[in-house]
Design a protein around this ligand. Structure first.
Ligand code: ADP
Ligand code: MG
Length: 265
């Protein structure tokens, strides 16, 4: 079984999808085999990895696999799809894409055993991978709970701004108190990444200090705010194809090394 890590924050724009996609890229460059599970109905991770839907011959995605009538042990094995990047390490990344209809799965939270649907889907379906990164939506509702019921670990990201740091704390505390209820008592919170930091902004300086006080050694690192990251996400590009990206690639590579250390191989 791969080590599964749910990347979350109880706020949109906290850089969850960027961290998920760029950690996947850095891990793959280090030779790891990585699966990205897109648990946000917006499907941003799927798109940024270059996955394109085929309306004429639509493949099974996580959105359908989690339907109560479809869900089954290991059905996830049928959902992994190649990503669209052509970088040499791209074939070590695979994606479980999402369509917007993933939103409908939240209304099925009352079905018997509903909270275990992603865990069932992944059962035996990620044995060929080293890591599975689950990109969570911004709420702590059912879709995030599906991710946390299936994950070994949770990792937060935050912008260095008050509302985002507060939402990262909510994610951390939710993880700490939900493992038992989700049938996953060994779930652990690994840490937080401070993303899109700009030292010229007073609020960022203050909130980075605040995050260090709130999370202590669990602050894994700081990703600088760089337009090349926005652009790479916008165009669905790997960072290795982006000019002048060596600084930010280095930051994500260090974070990937920390993940390997904390989550285990
Ligand atoms: N370090 C960064 N510097 C500048 N822009 C960033 C950085 N990290 C992420 N972004 C951009 O911020 C926006 C929000 O990030 P995203 O990952 O979609 O957030 P979330 O998934 O938490 O809603 C995206 O446009 C993304 O490209
Ligand atoms: Mg997102």
């Amino acid at each position: 079984m791969a080590k599964r890590i749910a990347v979350g924050n109880n706020k949109g724009g906290a850089k969850k999808t960027t961290l998920t996609v760029r950690l996947a890229e850095a891990l793959a460059k280090q030779g790891k085999r990585v699966g990205v599970v897109d648990m946000d109905p917006q499907g941003n991770a799927s798109r940024r990895l270059g996955w394109v839907d085929s309306p004429d011959n639509p493949p099974l995605t996580i959105s359908e696999a989690l339907e109560p009538e479809n869900v089954a042990d290991g059905i996830g094995a049928q959902i992994w799809q190649p990503i669209g990047w052509t970088a040499e390490y791209a074939d070590r990344i695979t994606v479980m894409p999402a369509r917007f209809t993933l939103e409908d799965r939240a209304t099925e939270a009352g079905h018997k055993g509903a909270w275990r649907r992603l865990a069932k889907t992944l059962k035996g379906a990620d044995d060929h991978l080293d890591y599975v990164l689950i990109d969570c939506p911004p709420s702590l509702g059912h879709l995030t709970q599906l991710a946390l019921a299936a994950a070994h670990h949770a990792l937060a990201t935050t912008e260095p701004e008050y509302d985002s740091v507060e939402a990262a704390v909510r994610y951390r505390d939710f993880v700490a108190t939900s493992g038992d209820d989700l049938g996953n008592p060994d779930l652990t919170f690994l840490g937080v990444v401070v993303s899109a930091y700009d030292q010229r902004i007073g609020a960022h300086v203050g909130q980075l200090n605040g995050a260090r006080k709130l999370f202590g050694d669990l602050v894994w690192g700081v990703i600088p705010r760089r337009s090349l990251i926005t652009n790479a996400d916008e165009y669905g590009q790997p960072l290795s194809e982006v000019a002048d990206s060596s600084e930010v690639r280095g930051v994500f590579e260090l974070l990937a090394e920390r993940l390997v250390k904390e989550a285990g191989a």
